[in-house]
Ligand binder design. Sequence first.
Ligand SMILES: *[C@@H]1O[C@H](CO)[C@@H](O)[C@H](O)[C@H]1NC(C)=O
Ligand SMILES: *[C@@H]1O[C@H](CO)[C@@H](O)[C@H](O)[C@H]1NC(C)=O
Ligand SMILES: *[C@@H]1O[C@H](CO)[C@@H](O)[C@H](O)[C@H]1NC(C)=O
Ligand SMILES: *[C@@H]1O[C@H](CO)[C@@H](O)[C@H](O)[C@H]1NC(C)=O
Length: 451
Amino acid sequence: MAKLSILLAPLFAILPFVASAPAQSAKSSGPVLPLDDPFYKPPEGFESLPPGSILRHRLPPKPIAALGFAKANVEAAHQFLYRTTDTHGNAIATVSTILIPHNADYSKVLSYQVAEDSAAPNCAPSYAFQLEAAYDGAIGMVMPQLELLLIGAALDKGWVVTVPDHLGPKAAFLASKVSGQAVLDNLRAAIHSSNITNITNPTFTMWGYSGGSMASGFAAELQPTYAPELNIAGAALGGTVPSIPPVLQKVNKGLYVGLIPAGVQGLANEYPEIQQLINENIKPEMMDDFKKTQTMCLAGDIVHYLGRDIYNYTSNPDIFTTPTAKRIMDENAMGHNIPKIPLFVYKSVGDDVSPVNDTDAVVQTYCKGGANVEYRRDQLSNHAVLAGTGAPDAMIWLNNRMHNRPIEPGCHTSTSLTSLLDPHAIWALGTEVISVLKSLLSAPLGPGVVG
Ligand SMILES: *[C@@H]1O[C@H](CO)[C@@H](O)[C@H](O)[C@H]1NC(C)=O
Ligand SMILES: *[C@@H]1O[C@H](CO)[C@@H](O)[C@H](O)[C@H]1NC(C)=O
Ligand SMILES: *[C@@H]1O[C@H](CO)[C@@H](O)[C@H](O)[C@H]1NC(C)=O
Ligand SMILES: *[C@@H]1O[C@H](CO)[C@@H](O)[C@H](O)[C@H]1NC(C)=O
């Protein structure tokens, strides 16, 4: 029952904001879906422009108001289509949303990577942010609402926030190399946007939880080779998912099974070999059900596949350990490169999506390689809960990086109880967000699902 209440939380939490807009009318009056929107299609010849080039700009067609907070706090919002690079080195284009608060400090820019965690391109955050898109009857809630609160807290600090559609135009969930490159190019695009956004000499930081930490972590790992000119002050990675195979074991038949078909399809969207693996190894009678991830967002996937056994979909029980599957999952695992920028890593000891020892191991790899890592292991939480309770510490750490305060060099690991009740938490997120978090965390509702 406890699990079910965590699951239902995002649905309840979003209801107040859609109560007057039933799913049907939301669809007819909402923004055009990304797959149908020409803004998302790059202009001819864009391939020859350098990564991070801005290809199109517009004001969001509908107000940025997915949660109501932004309506009050955002001075301006912009969408940019920019050039980035896929796994195979080909030019692609994706969109970032740049949110500018009142009284903005244009020299502080946070790149926030949403845990979109979906194989459906229509779940892109650039779409999900807009009024009437936050909940869509057809594709389910498109954005974890907790993340909107955290973005709101960053805006309240006066930081400009850029949110890339880091899964790219094909929703390549788990193809984290694409995500890392899309994040780095979104920083370049933010620099190029200065005559529109007023961003000047920015200190950049990056933040993401779960799926968002994979994108942020890959950006940190790839930065020395892909974007060495970028000056990034640090990245906060929460609920890290360093590699995929342990997740398969952990989530099957439980609350988060939906991450498996969504992740396999996300990889297939980027790698034809994985699509072939699906075609050859999913039972024909289960194929339609397996393919539903192509049109559902995270919450929809979690509800649809709740408690299922993924091995009931496959005719080959070794599908995930074939050489092709192993090679591609390994390519998209963290730890192949050592980040040069400082990291703050926070992880629940009881994480029920990705086991904590996998993160212990990747932190150790980084530390042996000479990285600067502050690693907090949290005892009183699970994967969804730490997305909320870990946020104040992450925010405080990011704020220190934004102000260019010195870091403690080397690696520092600590294991502690929750930090949510710390008085600094109120400074970090504001009394309003903290009170929402506390009410979400107390029974009967858990925080919004963050996969
Ligand atoms: C911003 O500058 C770029 C070239 O650097 C130019 O192409 C673009 O039109 C400018 N935009 C505005 C709104 O001035
Ligand atoms: C950028 O600065 C100009 C004046 O310097 C101001 O008019 C404009 O509103 C600012 N734009 C944003 C997005 O803050
Ligand atoms: C398992 O797969 C069979 C088809 O092979 C299907 O009929 C059955 O409904 C599935 N069971 C579950 C629990 O999904
Ligand atoms: C984590 O623990 C599991 C179960 O004990 C073990 O199979 C796995 O190899 C460990 N992973 C790492 C990276 O040490």
